[in-house]
Design a protein around this ligand. Structure first.
Ligand SMILES: *Cc1c(COP(=O)(O)O)cnc(C)c1O
Length: 397
C-alpha cells in the first residue's frame, strides 16, 4: 500500500476530493465516524495489521489474482488487452478485499459485532463471509423487495451465520436498508462496526475502502512489468457502481498522466430514458449516504430510482473520488447500456472461456468506444464472475 500524500487525487484532511466528499452525517453518528477517522490510518499501516491482511489476501482470497493476456479478445480489437482477474477471488468478486480489511480494523477497534447493508446481496455475502471467518456476529439490513429478488444471496448469508433483517420502510430497497443500518449503528456505537461496501459514505469510508482495494493496482503494476517490461499500460478500465473496484484499479495510476483512466457507468436503457444509472451523465451535486457527490435526483432533491440490468451498478450515486475524477477530467466516463454490456459479456465467454459478472461486462463494452492501436496496452478490471448472472444472460439470449 502506498500513501498518495501529495496527490491531487488524495483525500484532504477534511475528507474531500476537490469539491466532493466530507462527512454529512446526523450528530448522533458523529462519535462513531470520528472514532474511525482518528484511528483508521494508524491501524491499517501497522506492520502487524499489514502482515495479517496480506496473509489472508494470499491464502483466503487467493491473491495475487492473475493478470491474464486475453489473446483472442486482443485480436478482435487489434490491441493488447489484459484482464485483472478479480472474478477469481474467493466469493467471486473484489468486494472481499475490503471486507477483510474492515473486519481486521473492527477487531482492533474492539468491536465484536458487525452491521452492514446490502442491495443485491453481494456486499452482504462478502461481509457475512469475513464475519464467519472471524467468529463475529453479523447483522445485514436488506430491503424487503430485495430479499425477494435476491433469494440465493439471502440463503448464502444465512448459511454463513448472518442475520438478515428486512428494511420495511419507503421503497424497501437499498436506500432504506442503508438508513436502517445507520440507525442500528447509532444505537450500538460501542460494540458495533459498520462495514460499508464501496467507496461511498462519510469520510473516512471512501478513502479507507480505496486503500483496501488498492491492492488491485499494486498487483497490476508488478504484473504489467513482468509481462511487458513497464508498469504502465495505456489504459485502465473499470465499471463504476459506487466505484470500489474502479478505485482499486486506478489507485496506483492516479498520478501517472500517461495512463488514461476509463470509467464505465451503467446507462440502463440509455441516458435519454428514465431507466438509467449513469450518474455523471444524469446526476447533480448532492448529499447521499453521508457524503457530497454526484447524485441522480429530481429538481427538488428527491433521489431518482436508478435502473441497470446489473444489480451491482444499480446505484443513484458514485463515490466522491469518482465525482472528482470526472470534474477534473482525469477520467473519461462512458455510459454503457444494458444491451452493450450483455453483448460484451457474451463476447468474452465465446472468445476467452470466461463468463463475467454483468457489472464487469460494462467495463468490457468500453472497448468499443476507444480508438485503440495495435501497439497499445489496455488493462480491464474483471470485477466478478458471472455465475450469479446466468439466468439474466439466458433470458437475454
Ligand atoms: C458490487 C459489484 C460492483 C460494483 O461495485 P463497485 O464498488 O463500483 O466496484 C462491480 N462488480 C461486481 C462484480 C460487483 O459485485
Amino acid at each position: 500500500m502506498v500513501n498518495l500524500e501529495n496527490s491531487a487525487f488524495a483525500v484532504s484532511e477534511k475528507g474531500y476530493y476537490g469539491n466532493y466528499g466530507g462527512a454529512w452525517i446526523p450528530e448522533m453518528l458523529y462519535p462513531n465516524v470520528e472514532e474511525l477517522r482518528q484511528n483508521y490510518l494508524q491501524i491499517i499501516y501497522q506492520a502487524e495489521f499489514q502482515e495479517e491482511f496480506n496473509l489472508l489476501l494470499r491464502d483466503y482470497v487467493g491473491r495475487p489474482t492473475p493478470l491474464y493476456f486475453a489473446n483472442r479478445l486482443s485480436e478482435k480489437y487489434n490491441t493488447n488487452i489484459y484482464l485483472k482477474r478479480e472474478d477469481l477471488c474467493h466469493t467471486g468478486a473484489h468486494k472481499v478485499n475490503n471486507t477483510i480489511g474492515q473486519i481486521l480494523l473492527a477487531k482492533r477497534l474492539g468491536k465484536n459485532k458487525i452491521v452492514a447493508e446490502t442491495g443485491a446481496g453481494q456486499h452482504g455475502v462478502a461481509t457475512a463471509t469475513v464475519c464467519a471467518l472471524m467468529g463475529i456476529e453479523c447483522i445485514v439490513y436488506m430491503g424487503e423487495v430485495d430479499i425477494e429478488r435476491q433469494a440465493p444471496n439471502v440463503a448464502r448469508m444465512k448459511m454463513l451465520g448472518a442475520e438478515v433483517r428486512p428494511a420495511k420502510s419507503g421503497s424497501r430497497t437499498l436506500k432504506d436498508a442503508t438508513n436502517e443500518a445507520m440507525r442500528h449503528w447509532i444505537n450500538n456505537p460501542v460494540d458495533t462496526h459498520y462495514i460499508i461496501g464501496s467507496v461511498v459514505g462519510p469520510h473516512p469510508y471512501p478513502d479507507m475502502v480505496a486503500r483496501f482495494q488498492s491492492v488491485i493496482s499494486e498487483e497490476i503494476r508488478k504484473q504489467m512489468f513482468e509481462h511487458i517490461g513497464t508498469e504502465l499500460p495505456d489504459y485502465v478500465i473499470a465499471c463504476v457502481g459506487g466505484g470500489s473496484n474502479a478505485a482499486g484499479t486506478y489507485f496506483h495510476y492516479l498520478d501517472e498522466p500517461d495512463v488514461k483512466i476509463i470509467a464505465a457507468e451503467a446507462a440502463g436503457h440509455g441516458v435519454k430514458t428514465d431507466k438509467s444509472a449513469a450518474t455523471t451523465f444524469l446526476g447533480k451535486p448532492g448529499v447521499l449516504h453521508g457524503s457530497k457527490s454526484l447524485l441522480m435526483q429530481t429538481y427538488d432533491g428527491q433521489v431518482i430510482e436508478p435502473h441497470s440490468i446489473s444489480a451491482g451498478l444499480d446505484y443513484p450515486g458514485i463515490g466522491p473520488l469518482h465525482a472528482h475524477l470526472w470534474e477534473s477530467g482525469r477520467a473519461q466516463f462512458l455510459a454503457i447500456t444494458d444491451d452493450e454490456a450483455m453483448q460484451a459479456g457474451m463476447n468474452l465467454a465465446k472468445l476467452e472461456g470466461i463468463i463475467p459478472a454483468i457489472e464487469s461486462s460494462h467495463a468490457l463494452a468500453a472497448l468499443d468506444y476507444l480508438d485503440l492501436r495495435n501497439n497499445e496496452t489496455v488493462v480491464i478490471s474483471l470485477s466478478g464472475r458471472g455465475d450469479k448472472d446466468l439466468s439474466t444472460y439466458m433470458k437475454y439470449l
